[in-house]
Ligand binder design. Sequence first.
Ligand code: ATP
Ligand code: MG
Length: 559
Amino acid sequence: MTTETVAAEAGRDFIRDIIQADLQSGKHRDIVTRFPPEPNGYLHIGHAKSIALNFGIAQEFSGRCHLRFDDTNPTKEEQEYIDSIQADVHWLGYDWGKNLFYASDYFERLYEWAEGLIRAGLAYVDDQSQEEIRINRGTLTEPGRNSPFRERSVEENLDLFRRMKAGEFQNGARVLRARIDMAAGNINLRDPVLYRILHATHPRTGNTWSIYPSYDYAHGQSDAIEGITHSICTLEFEDHRPLYDWFLEQLPVPAKPHQYEFARLNLTYTLLSKRVLTQLVRDGHVSGWDDPRMPTIAGLKRRGVPPAAVREFVKRIGVAKANSVVDVGMLEFCIREELNRTALRRMAVLKPLKVVIENYPEGQVEEIEAINHPDDPSAGSRKIAFGRELYIERDDFMESPPKKFFRLSPGNEVRLRYAYFIRCREAIKDAAGEVVELRCTYDPATRGGNAPDGRKVKATMHWLPAQQSRPAEIRLYNQLFAKSSPDASNFAADINPLSLDVLKDARVEPAIAEANSPDAMQFERQGYFVRDKDSTPERLVFNRTIGLRDTFAKEVGKG
Ligand code: ATP
Ligand code: MG
């Protein structure tokens, strides 16, 4: 067990420790955090870590957590993403109440503050191209070079900036930059860009603006306007913190939030980059943002993962200051653990093989009682029809079984779950030699699954009545990537060609067909499954959330 896990189990981490200390010292009385997504894609499980941290802290310390859309780049942002993000945060079990904000709410104020920086000689309009700016920024070992436009007068800067705002110039013609230090050791302080020209329609402000603030300029000031006390973000922003603080020093902000950085979540067999996820959707590698193979919240939900499993996972991985990669098996463990506790048990036959019970009276049907949850009597029971014609799982039969195969084979006797012992008499084959039907007998004295003479069978198998069961399509998912650390820059090459297996001829019991629940069920001996949104009354579709045991590592190896 890692030290992080230990810390998480104690409900503590370095951020919570800081907050505790700030409350004790009286530095803060009310804790205010925020989750600040850019609405340029759907949320993924990495975001869930940040959401659980920010909203969790607000809950634990009786503070509040804002949901703030960092909507500063209208070319990439869409209302669909704004809506999905809200739905996903709610699904995870968190609520921002009245505290829903947009960086675009602050565009006016941010603009005025930028003029203030110009007046103070702390910002200038630069006419260099993007390429020139990049080259003149220098490197980690070499200082940058001052822009030839750096010494413009306040009047000229104000005039140009206002004309940028008025839409007079084309995209990329000019930018507004802070005037800090082109020789600063920290490259983020080498006159960072505050505003760029962008003639684009914004989902909220329409065509009001022709210039948009950069992330660095908008983010900290938005925090300050909202009175965020602890601005928690991922490690890649650590080097931006001096700039974050520089703005708060220079501007007449109403509060001075402090930025803290934690390690982002990385998962094996998974890529958590919005660029990659967007590409997977656009290029049709998956059916959409909510494809059950996607690590998005929408994908996890559609796959049948309960939100409590995601919360438990995030709690177990903890919050640390050093980047690491979490085994996706840990997430799967949390999903199995939660579903084992909560999912109702049902029977489904994924690859059916017909069984005819020759000594069972034709036309007769009886009802067999099946319990809904072995550890929870309050979940009750249901009735399943048993008759002369049944289905069993094709894999549960072998004509010439190896030594340790205890399931059905000619002459062998097994138990049908909740029902009877049956013995196979004969396997019927088609012209191609494939087994298409089993002729069996049953022992009426074994009703309920035990023999009065005390004889034992070594296997208990699930089954369904041929007539009363319903056809269904079942989608089996595996990891989207075949490698434990897929290459983000060439991810298509690492996609697992076997990530989806569709079984078109499955059968499910009526209780499965009739339940219209968003919750996953356990299909006995098979795993956990949930009804998919593609289902119609005529054509039921189920997604496998996860198998009962971890077989993936064995099948694919360690990539
Ligand atoms: P991009 O990949 O475009 O940089 P992003 O995933 O950082 O996007 P944002 O919308 O900026 O997307 O993220 C919102 C918040 O979620 C940020 O505070 C960010 O630090 C946090 N976050 C993003 N990815 C992870 C991750 N893998 N683990 C933990 N937190 C994350
Ligand atoms: Mg980001």
